[in-house]
Write a protein that binds this ligand. Structure first.
Ligand code: ADP
Length: 432
């Protein structure tokens, strides 16, 4: 082929760039390689580099001694260019040029052939280099694809986790609506009663205001009526009623406020793991949120909390989600038969620890092995997603902690979440 000539576009054979200043040699090499490859040719290193601006071959076969730019210089330029560095370079040298051959190899040349060579040797070497190059390129593409897929998967997983959270909020909503409904109803009734009391007090105040304090005889007469009214209404009792009703209202609102705050903490999207979180609070909030659901399933939940705070640095929503999942799993393991769950918070050797223990059926060894795999579930389709425990473990990892399980078939299971207590908190504890 003429120097630089490209083969037809639909030719899928690997492509080789041949650089040689000797026209006979160039044509010979091109002819030999042309049996299996598309070949382009250049008359020296400079011309080869110019051609390389427009394409990336699968192999460069270059003579060493050439005017304008030698094969070793071409090799150096190719290996220094990130776009071309992966292209293998095969130097063709005469025996006399062995010094330069070594230099070329030091510059990153991948192979060399000594003149005179057998055509089959040249072809065989070119074949293996081109093949390697192809394979590497395919691998890189495959790798790129894998990386993209992994990114997509991570995104999908994050979405699934968020969806799982929202689903849990949805499930909890019914129980929480009930929990909120009670105190709000109390508060409403109390407020109605308060309005009645206020009306009575208002009537009495109006009667007192209407007294004519300048007319002694009318004052005595009307005053007796007002006194009777006051006695009738038992103002002392009214005042006490008001205080009591006010307490009912404020308790109800407090409870509602706490539930809403717990739910808000739970539903908030990830906030990073550096808030100060008291694990006792997580346990308490989770227990509040599930209380109603558990009661409906005949399951009981006992909290065992230490007096002192167990502070860790974390994301309260995420930690609540772990506890909620563990408690829900325990309740689901009872499968309607009822049972007891204990949530224990403790501080053990630099770790904040939460244990969720149940006296359910336990976990069979075969299930145990796969427990933390994403999408592994033993529950019916539509009931379990199999994401719960894998997500819990991820959250524990993200906090620099661990989630572990012990279980005995027929006796129950115990999940232990350990989160290291931050350095600041340890000092704090030593100081106190
Ligand atoms: P899901 O709850 O959606 O199935 P998880 O990852 O939370 O997904 O749980 C995976 C499996 O682990 C459950 O299907 C169940 O078989 C088992 N499992 C989890 N917790 C318990 C437990 N406390 N007792 C018995 N089995 C459990």
């Amino acid at each position: 082929p003429a120097p630089g000539a490209a083969a037809a576009d639909d030719d899928a054979r690997p492509e080789i760039l041949v650089a040689d200043d000797n026209p006979d040699m160039r044509e010979l090499v091109a002819f030999i390689l042309g049996r299996e490859f598309r070949v382009r040719t250049a008359r020296n290193g400079r011309e080869a580099l110019d051609l390389l601006e427009g394409f990336v071959p699968d192999l460069i076969v270059s003579d060493i001694m050439m005017p304008e730019m030698s094969g070793t210089e071409l090799c150096r330029a190719v290996k220094a260019d990130p776009r071309l560095a992966g292209v293998p370079v095969m130097l063709v040298s005469s025996k006399a040029e062995s010094e330069m051959k070594i230099e070329g190899l030091e510059l990153g040349a991948d192979d060399y052939v000594t003149k005179p060579f057998h055509p089959r040797e040249l072809l065989a070497r070119a074949r293996s280099h081109a093949q390697l190059r192809r394979t590497r390129r395919e691998l890189e593409e495959r790798n790129g694809e894998l990386e993209r897929t992994l990114r997509d998967l991570k995104l999908a997983e994050a979405q699934l986790v968020q969806a799982e959270r929202l689903a849990a909020v949805g499930e909890l909503a019914a129980g929480i609506a009930h929990e909120v409904n009670n105190p709000v109803n109390y508060a409403l009734n109390a407020v109605r009663a308060m309005v009645g009391v206020a009306d009575e007090l208002h009537d009495i105040a109006a009667a007192v205001a209407a007294l004519d304090w300048t007319d002694r005889s009318s004052l005595e007469r009307e005053g007796a009526v007002v006194r009777a009214q006051i006695e009738n209404a038992q103002v002392d009792r009214l005042a006490a009623d008001l205080a009591e009703l006010a307490k009912i209202v404020s308790d109800g609102l407090d409870r509602t406020h706490r539930l809403v705050a717990d739910l808000r903490d739970f539903a908030a999207p990830g906030r990073g793991t550096d808030e100060r979180v008291d694990l006792r609070e997580c346990a308490r909030a989770t227990a509040e949120l599930v209380r109603h659901d558990l009661a409906g399933q005949g399951a009981s939940l006992a909290l065992s909390l230490p007096d002192a705070p167990v502070q860790v640095a974390g994301d309260p929503g995420a930690l609540n989600q772990v506890l909620l999942n563990l408690v829900k799993n325990a309740a689901e393991a009872f499968d309607g038969a009822g049972g007891s769950i204990e949530v224990e918070v403790a501080r053990e050797a630099g770790d904040g620890v939460v244990r969720v223990r149940d006296d359910g059926p336990g976990i069979a060894p075969a299930v145990m092995e796969r427990l933390f795999e994403p999408f592994f579930t033993t529950k019916q389709a539509g009931k379990g997603t199999g994401l719960g425990l894998s997500m819990c473990r991820r959250i524990a990892d993200a906090h620099g902690g661990r989630l572990e399980v012990e279980s005995e078939v027929g006796r129950g299971s115990c999940f232990t979440l350990r989160i290291p207590v931050g350095a600041g908190d340890q000092e704090e504890e030593h100081a106190t």
